[in-house]
Ligand binder design. Structure first.
Ligand SMILES: Cc1cc2nc3c(=O)[nH]c(=O)nc-3n(C[C@H](O)[C@H](O)[C@H](O)COP(=O)(O)O)c2cc1C
Length: 334
């Protein structure tokens, strides 16, 4: 069974970063759910993202488990997530084992990523390492949000991605116990994935270690459109933001990131390609880079397909948004 270095996700099922993992109560519910093996936070920024309820929304599709969203990142700053994670771990039942938490982060640039990593490392060393349960807090750099104006996803551009990865590599050099992952965009041709794998290979150190322990594939597919008459009633009941601003479009921004069932095929293709590239790499350190498979996981069969395609663990967002945490019991069923 494929594994992720330093991360024991058991069962190998979790939520991916999304607005249903945004505040303390949501994170606690995901943490307490016995069918999740880990929890991923919504993407945090240093100071909190300026969320506008008139612009940042999610629409669920009629007749299938699919979504289109225009969200940016979490309005809650990184410091809030660190505080909430501390509370979760400190209130942990001493008889049950600690679940790993994956803290999703996004910086404005490499310098700010340095500040973010210093804050996380300070927290791990001053707070988490003093706890008897020794919980694992991993970091997932979100390189793939398609909805930030004037900030194209770095996953599509190695010149933008590389300086970010160098910050992660130097953090890892100072402390190789840190588990670091990248949230990747959906790619539509092989050379894009070769570029990412080559860039990650370039980070492998003299001792043959890869600073990147896992890849989470895939994020939503940007630039998609849904008309208002394609939207389900769930949109108003299951999401915190209703769809009401644009008369004929599902989102006030018109364009957004597509997720759920229509993304599943592309995500499977990305996971299968990435896992075979990693496994056949001439650089042994890449053989141990694990994949968290995301994209259209809405049924137990879809979960199994992700595992067959090479995912060490499987995550979902849209199905969680529609069904709540009870979805994990169903997805993990044999
Ligand atoms: C409403 C919504 C908001 C999301 N926000 C984030 C985010 O903040 N950070 C992130 O890395 N991915 C985000 N995602 C992407 C999901 O984590 C996931 O990669 C994608 O939705 C595909 O999975 P799914 O088909 O199970 O929804 C978001 C997805 C949705 C639907």
């Amino acid at each position: 069974m494929p594994t992720i270095r330093g991360l024991n996700i058991d069962p190998p099922l979790l939520n991916s970063s999304c607005p249903w993992a945004s505040d303390f109560d949501q994170l606690k519910e995901l943490y307490d759910c016995k069918y999740t093996g880990a929890v991923t936070t919504r993407t945090a920024t240093l100071d909190g993202f300026d969320e506008d309820p008139g612009t940042h929304k999610v629409a669920f599709a009629l007749g299938q488990t699919a979504s289109l969203n225009s969200y940016g990142y979490s309005p809650h700053p990184l410091s809030k997530y660190l505080q909430w994670i501390e509370t979760l771990y400190k209130n942990q039942n001493p008889d049950s084992k600690c679940k790993p938490i994956i803290l999703s982060v996004a910086p404005t640039d490499a310098a700010q990523l340095g500040v973010i990593m210093t804050a996380i490392q300070g927290f791990r060393h001053s707070v988490l390492k003093t706890l008897p349960s020794q919980p694992v807090l991993a970091v997932e750099l979100n390189t793939s949000c398609p909805n930030i104006p004037n900030h194209p996803p770095p996953a599509y551009d190695m010149a933008t991605l590389t300086p970010l990865l160098q910050v992660l590599a130097s953090t890892f050099q100072a402390d190789p116990t840190l588990v670091i992952g990248l949230k990747l965009a959906p790619f539509v041709y092989r050379d894009q994935m070769e570029g990412v794998v080559r860039t990650i290979a370039g980070l492998v150190d003299q001792e043959g270690r890869s600073p990147i322990a896992f890849l989470t594939s895939t994020n939503t597919l940007g630039g998609c459109v849904m008309f208002a008459d394609q939207v389900s009633q769930k949109t108003t009941s299951a999401s915190t933001a209703g769809v009401d601003a644009a008369p004929s479009m599902a989102l006030p921004t018109t364009f957004g990131g597509l997720a759920g069932e229509p993304l599943h095929y592309l995500s499977l293709g990305n996971i299968m390609t990435l896992s075979s590239m990693l496994a056949s790499s001439p650089i042994p350190a890449l053989h141990n880079v694990g994949i968290i498979g995301v994209g259209g996981v809405t049924t137990p069969a879809a979960y199994q397909r992700m595992r067959k395609a090479g995912a060490a663990a499987v995550a979902c967002a849209t199905a969680l948004g529609i069904n709540g945490v009870t979805v994990f019991e169903r997805l993990g069923a044999e």
